[in-house]
Design a binder for this molecule. Structure first.
Ligand code: SF4
Length: 389
């Protein structure tokens, strides 16, 4: 395929305005077929109804490692709360994390928040069209910058994500795992050639991703419905199920956390915030940074601790009579975490417990606090603590 020879000027609203005389190269034909298919088959997703740089940035950050159906739920409420980069930039981080609840991987929320601040400071509150200016924003890598600049502004920029890599690999029967460095470099070359030959780069890029998400799926690709099956090497050779090779599994690290769900008799729960800044050391370094949780501490002896020893480890006064209420297992990408859960209920205001950043949070206010899914499971397990004498 031909190499891209230079960048075109970003074109606002290029989706219908491209002048293209017809296929000049096989890549043109693929892009044209895909674009026609996309116009007929594209899912109606909220970020496709109204395009601008900010909305695209929000959707792209949300979509990283999160299912589309979950992003569909969260996207409009987030934009209603933070309708512009300026509104997002002016918000407190806790507010942003709370609005991000349900999407997971909160680091993206922090990066989006930082990107909004940079957009306000460097670009008068308008997400830039230029690829390099986009890439200079926090959390915006080559893929996200390419997606925003091509899909919103019509720039002739390549994009490669997992879906795109898989489609390219299958089209050319290129073996290897999609996460291999060589395969990634090869996919970017293919993406450059693909977009260089496309009449409408943004449409072609989006169509390619859509094909990977809906037809050329990781398991059981629907080749019978695919607009590219006539030119697909994997389909011709019967290799679609074998390509790409599965990703190599990374061994998870085992962790034990001792945690206490301490409630007041009026229902308020004691929470603490995990460290926010940088790496915090230890096996939990960076995990759930800045999120709220019932008091928790790492302890290899967690499962064998007496309730009084757990309370001491957690820095709770001896008057808090904890009881063991069970365990909650939780898997993250790199860790197998086992929460050993203790619980108790205290009478009165419990002011002696609201120290070192810990605070009482009423049930009605819990929605304002960003809690990890793990913390929610722990709280659900720790509702039956005994009332302290
Ligand atoms: S024909 Fe099958 S394997 Fe090839 S691109 Fe289409 S869905 Fe993927």
């Amino acid at each position: 395929m031909a190499k891209m020879t230079g960048k075109t000027s970003p074109r606002s609203g290029s989706r219908s305005g491209a002048s293209h005389a017809g296929p000049r190269h096989p890549a043109d034909a693929v892009a044209g077929v895909l674009a026609a298919w996309f116009r007929q088959s594209a899912r109606d997703l909220p970020w496709r109804r109204h395009r601008d740089g900010y909305r695209a940035l929000v959707s792209e950050l949300m979509l990283q490692q999160t299912q589309v159906s979950r992003v569909v739920e969260k996207y409009e409420p987030f934009l209603r709360r933070f309708p512009t980069p300026a509104a997002l930039a002016a918000a407190a981080e806790d507010e942003v994390l709370a609005a991000w609840q349900g999407l997971g991987y909160y680091r993206r929320a922090r990066l989006l928040h930082a990107a909004a601040k940079a957009v306000v400071e460097r670009h008068d509150g308008e997400v830039p069209a230029d690829l390099e200016a986009l890439r200079a924003l926090p959390g915006v890598g080559r893929y996200t910058a390419g997606a925003v600049s091509s899909i919103v502004f019509g720039a002739r920029e390549p994009i490669v994500d997992g879906n795109v890599t898989r489609v390219f690999q299958r089209l050319e029967a290129r073996r290897g795992s999609a996460s291999d460095v060589e395969v990634q470099a090869w996919a970017w070359e293919r993406a450059e050639a693909f977009v260089a030959g496309a009449g409408e780069p943004g449409v072609a890029n989006e169509a390619l991703m859509e094909l990977g998400a809906t037809v050329c799926t990781p398991a059981a690709p629907r080749c019978g419905d695919c607009p590219l099956r006539a030119t697909c090497a994997s389909h011709a050779k019967g290799l679609a199920a074998e390509i790409p090779a599965p990703k190599k599994r990374v061994a998870r690290k085992d962790l034990v956390l001792v945690t206490a769900c301490v409630r007041r008799t009026d229902g308020a729960v004691l929470l603490e915030q995990r460290p926010t800044g940088g790496r915090t050391g230890g096996a939990l370094s960076g995990l759930w940074a800045g999120l709220w949780q019932p008091p928790a501490v790492e302890s290899a002896d967690g499962a064998d601790l007496a309730p009084s020893a757990a309370g001491e480890l957690l820095g709770l006064p001896a008057s808090v009579a904890l009881a063991a209420v069970g365990e909650v297992p939780f898997m993250t990408t790199h860790r197998a975490v086992r929460f050993v859960v203790f619980a108790a209920k205290v009478r009165g205001a419990g002011t002696a417990l609201a120290v070192r950043g810990r605070r009482w949070v009423a049930p009605a206010a819990l929605g304002d606090y960003a809690l990890s899914n793990a913390a929610k499971k722990v709280l659900a397990r720790g509702v039956d603590g005994p009332v302290c004498p």
